[in-house]
Design a protein around this ligand. Structure first.
Ligand code: SF4
Ligand code: SF4
Length: 366
């Protein structure tokens, strides 16, 4: 095995709580949510931010759940700023008043990323399981704009809202966003439980690729569009987290440190905690972060593949969930597996099918 060079991380995702007023059925939080009484303290987070900066991290994304569910959010933002990190707040916008927003901006919030479920009020309610969630988000976006804080709109896409992508792009422009993230649902955790309802048709997926390509061209210089296509219809997997333990690390609300959102599904790994170890030791020395670095863990088809430095063999959690082997090539990969592995015909929804709340497994608020 060749020696693996470990680069310093650039991004810290601080999941400060799993509590959230919304209940999206594709939420990236694990199906076993971390409870409030095991969340780490304001002081712990301050130490994490300082250690992250020492380690080389440049940007922290403070997320959740809904980070505003933490009363000390202003202190957390101030601590991250004091550590010289660029502070991006990822929020649903629900639970933040204008006064609280002023405090966050004064504490050093550099950028806000607002999640949007839909441009249609009923569609937003169906996904968030909250009345008027869209209207409240639009108010919040206006307040952000009035304070001249750079805004990204983050729209998670699926079968029930993909046909409204042109309107979502239009809304992002109206809200004054500089960047729009159009990310198709990743079918892990809660989303895997709702795959039947959320999985787009192949036709929707192809049309979306085209709409994004056209919008990128026509809006060049006005709106940056980051796009994550539906990987179940792709030829090759995406590079999950830009490679395991290469660029980013996630600190969960209880202080455990993860290489990706769904890493806790890999039960054969034990994830270190900032209560016990420094971030530096965790990043460079922990067996969990070293498990899928380099190529010695890869199956031969990946090890000898010209794409191994592009997708790093794809997603370990998806390999485990679908193939029962976390070290297998991502099941999406057409070089390694037949496509029928990832989209069984009974999961292929028909265009025009309408979903109801009874068909959805919502994540709980806490
Ligand atoms: S429930 Fe929705 S808004 Fe809340 S954290 Fe999950 S995806 Fe974000
Ligand atoms: S064989 Fe492995 S490295 Fe090559 S494209 Fe497929 S998943 Fe990626």
């Amino acid at each position: 095995m060749s020696q693996v060079t470990i680069p310093a991380p650039q991004v810290l995702l601080a999941e400060v709580t799993h509590r959230c007023p919304l209940q999206c059925p594709y939420c990236s939080n694990p199906t076993e949510l971390i409870k409030k009484d095991t969340e780490i303290s304001t002081t712990d987070w301050g130490r994490v931010f300082a250690e992250a900066a020492d380690l080389g991290v440049l940007q922290v994304s403070i997320s959740g759940g809904e980070p505003a569910a933490r009363r000390d959010l202003t202190e957390l933002i101030r601590a991250a700023r004091d550590a010289d990190l660029y502070v991006n707040l990822i929020t649903s916008g629900i639970g933040l008043t204008q006064g609280r927003l002023d405090d966050l901006v004064e504490a050093g919030c550099d950028h806000i990323q607002l999640s949007l479920q839909d441009v249609d009020s009923d569609g937003a309610k169906l996904i968030s399981n909250m009345d008027k969630s869209l209207e409240r988000k639009l108010d919040f976006a206006r307040w952000v704009r009035e304070r001249s804080v750079p805004l990204t709109v983050n729209a998670v896409m699926h079968r029930l809202n993909l046909d409204r992508l042109p309107e979502i792009i239009e809304l992002a422009l109206e809200l004054g966003a500089r960047r729009l993230e159009v990310a198709n649902v990743q079918y892990h955790g809660w989303a895997a439980l709702n795959k039947q309802v959320l999985m787009p048709t192949q036709e929707q997926s192809s049309r979306t690729n085209q709409i994004v390509a056209e919008a990128r061209e026509s809006l060049n210089g006005r709106l940056l569009i980051d796009y994550v296509p539906v990987d179940h219809y792709a030829e090759y997997p995406k590079s999950c987290m830009n490679g395991w333990g290469r660029v980013a690390l996630i600190v969960a609300p209880d202080g455990s440190v993860l290489p990706c959102h769904n890493a806790t599904t890999l039960k054969h790994l034990s994830f270190p905690n900032v209560r016990d170890q420094s971030l530096t030791a965790i990043w460079y020395e922990s067996s969990a972060f070293n498990a899928y670095r380099g190529d010695s863990w890869m199956p031969e088809i990946c090890r000898s593949c010209d794409r191994k430095e592009i997708d790093f063999g794809g997603c370990r959690c998806q390999a485990l969930a679908i193939l029962g082997d976390a070290s297998a090539a991502d099941p999406v990969c057409s070089r390694a597996h037949p496509h029928s592995l990832v989209i069984a015909t009974d999961e292929s929804p028909q265009a025009g099918e309408v979903a109801t709340s009874e068909q959805i497994t919502y994540r709980p608020n806490s």
